[in-house]
Design a protein around this ligand. Structure first.
Ligand SMILES: Cc1cc2nc3c(=O)[nH]c(=O)nc-3n(C[C@H](O)[C@H](O)[C@H](O)COP(=O)(O)O)c2cc1C
Ligand code: SF4
Length: 476
């Protein structure tokens, strides 16, 4: 694949107002071998003033809410989402319909939806496109979730560094309220009464973790909670709560429009021989940042390879450089080498090669990147963002940062690499939330795959990647 092929991007689109177009067909590579972009979730991105209610309505906004209220029971909406096999787009990939099914319907308490719009994962910038360019789609997805699970109040928790997303979502809520899509007995449906509010965050990575977010929403420090109880039973303000990512819920109107079976037919199918391989249905906003010519976000049906994403859409590495390593889904996933890029972008496929889809926004490092420095930087991020409740995370992330800094300063020894391995074992899986695992995964994989670069920066150690006789330290 070459960067030149990028020019021939064909789009498999569901253009036109919702309800007026046939269900988009599966994406097919063209004669030139290029995997096409898809415009289902992103179909309104190029439309002028797409964030206003007047324009959004011309494109069919809220027609799927009308359809659901008029023709479907809440249980039928949940079933449709289960049939779609939609998995959460916030990183963990939990099946959305199954999560909705956990909300106790016999509870008399107020029920909440907390929309996770914190988008705090490094290298991840997909949810902001939805909030800035199609906030009414996001809101319609929230309302369909509220109808399906019997929720009363929607909180949209948006990171404070996204002022335009905050403005656009607040504007959409106001317009929707005036038009009768929010408030009492929505669209005349007796008893379907829902309010929505935007809650801006203050810029902590940990407030993207769902229970850290709940604490923050309640006005406390963003300290993740021990689970159980899970938020579906005891979430915001001690009440049943659905927590979903922005992109996850933005898919729901299309599922109601074209059907769960259509969505399940897109992307990568489950593996019947492996009950843990749930497949990757539908489409996904995918992004690339780092050492590439054309960073950005595009929508694809699951199945495009990481190599195609980087070379055909992100333009490949900068002139004269080569790709050295890629973290496929934000920062929190194990790294892949340049020889491992032919993997399809999908939950199970990436797990099979020892990494993960995460947020599906790849960070590319080229051959000028010093992996020791990269690790020091990554460890610094997690040490800085640790909330400090768990000793392995609070102390361990700082220790890892210090060891990488020592190696970078040319004062490391091979024993430091053993010490790091020891730390990985004693941090992973031993904490309240997954931030500590997220720190270990990229660092351990970089250390194992690029060990020679660490040895090369240690006095007296030879670098197996260098020609025999090269002086290790200072050779680069
Ligand atoms: C440290 C940490 C940060 C996270 N940040 C985000 C985030 O910014 N946005 C998000 O949607 N999910 C984030 N998550 C995942 C959420 O905890 C949760 O799984 C997700 O919001 C569920 O929504 P989904 O099922 O629709 O993906 C984070 C998790 C961890 C451990
Ligand atoms: S793992 Fe880290 S961020 Fe998560 S609760 Fe423990 S100390 Fe806080």
């Amino acid at each position: 694949m070459t960067a030149k092929k990028k020019a021939s991007k064909k789009k498999a689109a569901a253009k036109g107002p919702a309800g007026s177009t046939p269900a988009p067909a599966r994406a097919q590579r063209g004669a030139d071998g290029v995997y096409p972009e898809t415009q289902i979730l992103s179909r309104n991105f190029g439309v002028e003033d797409s964030w206003t209610l007047a324009v959004a309505r011309e494109q069919g906004a809220y027609t799927m809410l009308e359809k659901a209220l008029a023709t479907m029971t809440p249980a039928q909406v949940v079933e449709e989402v289960k049939t779609s096999r939609l998995r959460g787009r916030g990183g963990a990939g939990f099946p959305t319909g199954v999560k909705w099914g956990f909300i106790p319907q016999d509870s008399k308490k107020t029920k909440y939806l907390v929309l996770n719009a914190d988008e705090s994962e490094p290298g991840t910038f997909k949810d902001r496109y939805l909030m800035e360019l199609d906030p009414h789609l996001v809101l319609e997805g929230c309302l369909l979730c509220a109808y399906a699970t019997g929720l009363d109040v929607i909180y949209i928790y948006i990171r404070g560094e996204y002022p335009l997303s905050i403005t656009r979502m607040e504007g959409a809520i106001e317009e929707a309220r005036q038009a009768g899509y929010l408030g009492k007995n929505i669209l005349g449906k007796q008893g379907f009464t829902v309010e929505a509010h935007v809650h801006p965050g203050a810029g902590a990575y940990i407030c993207g973790e769902e229970t850290g977010m709940l604490e923050s929403l309640e006005g406390k420090r963003g300290h993740p909670r021990i689970k159980p109880p899970f938020p579906a039973v005891e979430g915001a303000f001690g009440c049943p709560t659905v927590i979903n990512n922005v992109e996850t819920l933005a898919h729901v109107p299309c599922i109601i429009e074209f059907g769960g079976a259509w969505f399940a037919g897109l992307g990568i199918q489950p593996d019947p021989a492996n009950p843990r391989a749930l497949g990757s249905s539908g489409t996904k906003l995918m992004g690339v940042s780092g050492d590439v010519k054309n960073p950005g976000v595009w929508e694809f049906e699951f199945g495009i390879t990481l190599r195609e994403l980087i070379y055909d859409y992100a333009g490949g590495p900068l002139d004269g450089r080569k790709v050295k390593a890629v973290i496929p889904g934000g920062l929190s996933m194990p790294v892949l080498t340049a020889g491992e890029l032919d993997v399809p972008m999908g939950y199970d496929a990436l797990q099979k090669v020892g990494s993960g889809l995460g947020t599906a926004t790849a960070i590319v490092m080229d051959d000028a990147c010093d992996m020791v420095e990269a690790c020091e930087n990554i460890a610094h991020f997690f040490a800085d963002e640790s909330c400090g409740q768990c000793t392995p995370c609070r102390e361990g992330c700082h220790w890892m940062e210090k060891i990488f800094a020592r190696i970078k300063a040319g004062e490391g020894t091979p024993k430091d690499l053993d010490l790091l391995e020891h730390l990985f074992v004693n941090i992973e899986g031993r904490t309240i939330c997954a931030l500590a695992d997220a720190a270990v995964w990229p660092l351990r994989s970089i250390l194992r795959k690029f060990r020679h670069e660490f040895l090369a920066q240690m006095p007296g150690q030879s670098d197996p990647a260098l020609p025999a006789g090269s002086a290790a330290v200072g050779a680069r």
